[in-house]
Design a protein around this ligand. Structure first.
Ligand SMILES: O=P(O)(O)OC[C@H]1O[C@H](O[C@H]2O[C@H](CO)[C@@H](O)[C@H](O)[C@H]2O)[C@H](O)[C@@H](O)[C@@H]1O
Length: 268
């Protein structure tokens, strides 16, 4: 059975239409999409077939590929096994870091924090570490421009109380914004979104349509920016409200979806 024939009819048609466009940007979130969600963030790994399909897409003419994640850039590179030589753009920290410049201007891919941002990060880290001391099972993940409270596996009430405390940190620490995710609250000192990062990348590359696969609230900024009537394909992975035009039940559908896209482009 071909990968394409395993997709729901409306998604199959959208993928086939998309593949016929002149210049494509194919972009995917990492956790919960390429990689199943797991308790230990550093144990997350892309499902077999996903990175291979992205590499094969990136090798085709007029196809650009990006992985866009809340992970910091170094961790994203480590977990995906992708580097600057692979022809795939890595966008980390929700758009705050990237393996190449997202604009055609002179901005560097990843610049250090300013003094005010550094002070905000230190304040956020201190506040989150105090929360973790109160809620013994919560964990902290450190990133270059943010700090994350992890509550996966905790009792629901405890997780809700720890998350509420983390969400309130910006009230006391100026320059910090809180983002909810799946069993996480991230405190970031950057004002960036995946949606604006990907829009900048598409403009720089001169692609005319984008396909994007995401599962979490931070991916909604991309879905909202990509109107299906413009030929873009947006796919929400799993349950929950979304601005995406299509949905698959779980990340287990991703190897097939990416292979279907690869096949459609290679044989258009
Ligand atoms: O934008 P993404 O690639 O989806 O990254 C979002 C966050 O992913 C990680 O957390 C999530 O995955 C963990 C491992 O499966 C899981 O334990 C956690 O509950 C999920 O929220 C990562 O640790 C965060 O830094 C990312 O922002």
């Amino acid at each position: 059975m071909s990968p394409s024939s395993q997709l729901p009819g409306d998604l199959r048609q959208a993928v086939e239409r998309f593949a016929k466009e002149p210049r494509l940007l194919v972009a995917s979130d990492f956790d919960g999409v390429l990689a199943p969600l797991v308790l230990d963030p550093m144990s997350a790994r892309a499902q077999p077939g996903t990175i291979e399909a992205l590499r094969a897409l990136a090798a085709l003419p007029d196809v650009h590929v990006a992985v866009v994640s809340g992970r910091d850039l170094a961790t994203l590179s480590k977990l995906t096994g992708l580097s600057a030589d692979d022809g795939i753009v890595l966008v980390g920290s929700h758009g705050g870091e990237s393996s190449e410049s997202l604009t055609d201007g002179s901005s560097t891919p990843s610049s250090g924090l300013g003094a005010a941002e550094q002070a905000a990060l230190e304040g956020a880290t201190e506040a989150l570490e105090a929360i973790v001391e109160r809620f013994g099972e919560a964990r902290v993940e450190h990133k270059p421009a943010g700090v994350v409270l992890h509550t996966r596996g905790m009792d629901d009430d405890e997780a809700a109380r720890a998350s509420a405390a983390a969400l309130a940190v910006p009230d006391d620490v100026p320059g910090v914004r809180a983002m909810r995710g799946k069993s996480v609250v991230e405190l970031s000192v950057l004002d960036v979104t995946k949606g604006s990062a990907l829009a900048a990348l598409a403009q720089k590359l001169g692609t005319n349509v984008t396909a994007y696969f995401g599962d979490d609230v931070t991916d909604e900024t991309v879905f909202e920016a990509l109107d299906a009537t413009g030929g873009h394909v947006t796919v929400k992975v799993g349950e929950g409200d979304t601005a995406a035009a299509y949905r698959v039940d779980s990340c287990e559908a991703m190897p097939t979806l990416l292979k279907a896209l690869l096949e459609a482009r290679a044989t258009r």
